[in-house]
Design a protein around this ligand. Sequence first.
Ligand code: TYM
Length: 431
Amino acid sequence: MNTTENNTSTAQVHYFLVPSTMSSPMEHQEEIISTTTVQAATNEGFDYSKLIDQFGSEPVQQDLIERFEKLTGKKAHPFLKRGIFFSHRDLHKLLDHYENGKMFYLYTGRGPSSDSMHLGHLVPFMFTKYLQDAFQVPLVIQLTDDEKHLMQELDFQQVRNMMIENVKDIIACGFDMRKTFIFSNFDYMGYLYKTVVQIEKCVTTSQVKGVFGFNDSDNIGKMSFPAIQAAPSFYTSFPHIFSVQQDAFQNLESTMKENNGKNMDSIMCLIPCAIDQDPYFRLTRDVAPKLGFPKPVLVHGKFLPSLQGAKTKMASSDKNSAIFLTDSNAVIASKVAGSFSGGGASKELHEKFGANLKVDVPFKLLEFFLEDDQQLEQVREEYSKGIMLTSQIKKLAFEVVSKLVKEHQERRARITEEELKEFMSVRKLDF
Ligand code: TYM
């Protein structure tokens, strides 16, 4: 057991969980990561190893990557090898479980707050696709239309439209339809509700206020929402997938008593997401043993930075910060050309001192999306020495990103209404 984990009961308020109402970007020199605000101290972005200490998670290390390769017989995803998925909670335990022939499923999600997803959103979904292909396991994807209605005051019809558009972006990532269930909270709540209520019963208002920074003027929907994002971490939320019996909840209560609240050795859940979602799942992990469930396992991704610099993440709330999956080639070209550069102020200075890769956004785009490891290393070497020019790296970043977006758009255009319905229908999965 990881004794250093900052759970919600022992560490309720963290400086990195400052609520948006308290965090004017101009006032803070420190790092803030909450579910509403992401801000690093400098344009170099976050000190992710410091975050691991503060969050009490564990680093993804070489031995873990080798275990992935050994167990799946597949090469590790570049996101693992390049440290983009950099932190985890209990991944070794999950791999032990898998190695012993036991069952796990994947769970991830999206809060539909814009018509189109952006490149940053793509990161956890690309990684989730790799995990599904590698382990051949079922996947559930939650669309939190309720969250966006409660938190951002978008009306029902707006969030519904955005949700459908976002589902198309998600399907275009290439998930296996036979193993994937995508659901809108508004549509699926009847099935989720029993699990949600079990969770709500275990979490106090002061815990939620401490973790998410809500105050007494916030609507009560915000207060209970964390239980709704937590629920899919437990298999009882999906009776049609995991054949949960009618009396599962009665059994849960008696199992809880028998086990004295200890983890049941049952179906485990692995959640890939960027680190901003961790507060939800720290809370979930606190609750799990009280309900007799295994704690959900987490693997955390780094943020794809804003085009204006790595001090903030690429976010749909700031249109200029992001390359959207609906952007045209011309728009992508102009966004990449205008993105924050770590190159020298003049050609002479650049050739003399090289580029600062720590702040260079085009280079970060390549770190995330250039598939060829060798080419990436060559760019790293030549650009940092000033041999490669800023215009050249921007051109390469444009080529890589525009190819990725174009292919995504082509797959998206081929999705039929029937496929969309099938992905979202309550049904058995094939695994
Ligand atoms: P949302 O819609 O804000 O983000 C969807 C997913 O994308 C990640 N993400 C990023 N990753 C890399 N770089 C970025 N710039 C970037 N911006 C966002 C998020 O961490 C997330 O993984 N409440 C959630 C929806 C949700 C969910 C989940 C997410 C429900 N259940 C389970 C992950 C796992 C939300 O609004 O995500």
